[in-house]
Ligand binder design. Structure first.
Ligand SMILES: C[S@@+](CC[C@H](N)C(=O)[O-])C[C@H]1O[C@@H](n2cnc3c(N)ncnc32)[C@H](O)[C@@H]1O
Length: 211
């Protein structure tokens, strides 16, 4: 079922999403990990699932032929459009998709990436199967998200369908979808100040599979 509150939450946060330095660093670390592990090249068409304001999209953009940012928040996509216009980029476009509403991905890709979005998606097996379908032979899926957490990562867990993930369970989903060469690594760690409870660390994995 469509979660309007979740959609509104991201729409409401879009204009100041990038002001939180922790988010920018997280996307930078994930991009560096993808560059190290997958080695994106100038002949690749890439899709970023849940691109938001394009923090990851625009870090990968100089390394690839073309990149599409897909998201369900119109306001997030508007911020990305503005950046693309300001920087006069010609190899970035967007797609409005809501995976929780059964949207289908358009196009064919050499690489599909995602950062911090999968925990907002209800039916991950469907999304992973769809990724497999739209990947070209030899193409990669590389997505980053939280390892299992205690529910404290988000101040409001509305629209959060997974409190982090068990890496082995996700790798099994990739294997069932026929991905090969599946591997995982730690991309970065997010540190949040929990006030009186002190600082809390949340590790973020990258899982990579190949078609
Ligand atoms: C935590 S943000 C991450 C954004 C970006 N990847 C980043 O690292 O800054 C999650 C993003 O997923 C998008 N999203 C949430 N649910 C979605 C859905 N059902 N379909 C497509 N995108 C969704 C949100 O609009 C938001 O932009």
């Amino acid at each position: 079922m469509k979660n309007k509150q979740q959609e509104n939450l991201f729409d409401l946060r879009a204009s100041n999403w990038d002001d939180t330095s922790r988010r920018v660093k997280l996307a930078d670390d994930v991009a560096d990990c993808i560059i190290r592990e997958v080695n994106p090249t100038k002949d690749m068409d890439v899709l970023d699932i849940g691109c938001g304001t394009g923090l990851l999209t625009l870090k990968l953009q100089p390394h690839v032929k073309h990149i599409t940012g897909a998201d369900s928040s119109v306001k997030m996509l508007e911020v990305l459009h503005q950046k693309v216009a300001d920087q006069r980029l010609t190899n970035v476009q967007t797609q409005m998709v809501d995976f929780n509403e059964g949207s289908l991905i358009h196009g064919k890709y050499n690489l599909i990436v995602s950062s911090m979005t999968f925990h907002h998606l209800e039916n991950l097996d469907k999304v992973i199967n769809q990724c497999f379908k739209v990947l070209l032979p030899g193409g990669y899926l590389a997505f980053a998200d939280l390892d299992k957490e205690d529910g404290s990562f988000h101040e409001n867990n509305e629209g959060v369908h997974h409190q982090g993930f068990d890496r082995e369970s996700l790798k099994r989903l990739l294997s069932q979808a026929d991905f090969i060469g599946i591997r995982d690594m730690t991309a970065t760690t997010v540190v949040k100040d929990r006030g009186e409870q002190g600082k809390q660390e949340y590790s973020v994995f990258l899982i990579v599979g190949r078609k």
